[in-house]
Design a binder for this molecule. Structure first.
Ligand code: RB5
Length: 149
């Protein structure tokens, strides 16, 4: 499985920790940048990561900014992207089980790095309920989201 990860200046150091964590889990990880803390505009990196996922060049995207909010707003504009801000184990799991997110965002200024790792583990270990025998309603709801594009 391939994961593409990106951030803005607020998440550069944090991203390094998440990258190691994802690699330890056995995923191939592509870093879309940036690699230093010079101020950048988060939509530029959100677009880069989102287009990589939407174009099928990675299975999932992870984005880090101060809050996760700007990254989710920007990446969710790209066709095919279902972006979710996650902030604990429950939201990490639900983002996959209920929403079939293909991109998750975390806030480096609001979450301890260890909590973010827990969020990501819950997300990647979960499966979309819409693919399960009694999960038709979840598939219908996510299909409705995609129909909004
Ligand atoms: C950058 O200062 C900050 O606005 C950004 O990291 C993020 O929190 C935006 O949503």
């Amino acid at each position: 499985m391939k994961v593409v990860i990106g951030s803005d200046h607020a998440g550069v150091e944090y991203k390094k920790g998440l990258k190691e964590f994802l690699k330890e889990r056995g995923y191939e990880v592509e870093d879309a940048g940036p690699d230093n803390e010079e101020s950048v505009d988060y939509p530029d990196y959100a677009e880069k990561v989102a287009r990589t996922v939407a174009g099928g060049k990675a299975d999932y995207g992870v984005l880090v900014c101060g809050t996760g909010i700007g990254m989710s707003m920007a990446s969710g504009k790209i066709k095919g992207i279902r972006a979710a801000v996650i902030h604990n184990e429950f939201t990490g799991r639900a983002a996959k089980e209920h929403n079939n997110a293909n991109l998750v965002c975390v806030g480096a200024r609001v979450l301890e790095l260890e909590t973010a790792k827990t969020c990501l583990a819950a997300f990647f270990d979960a499966e979309f309920d819409g693919n399960k025998p009694d999960g038709e309603r979840h598939k219908r709801r996510v299909d409705k989201i995609m129909d909004l594009e």
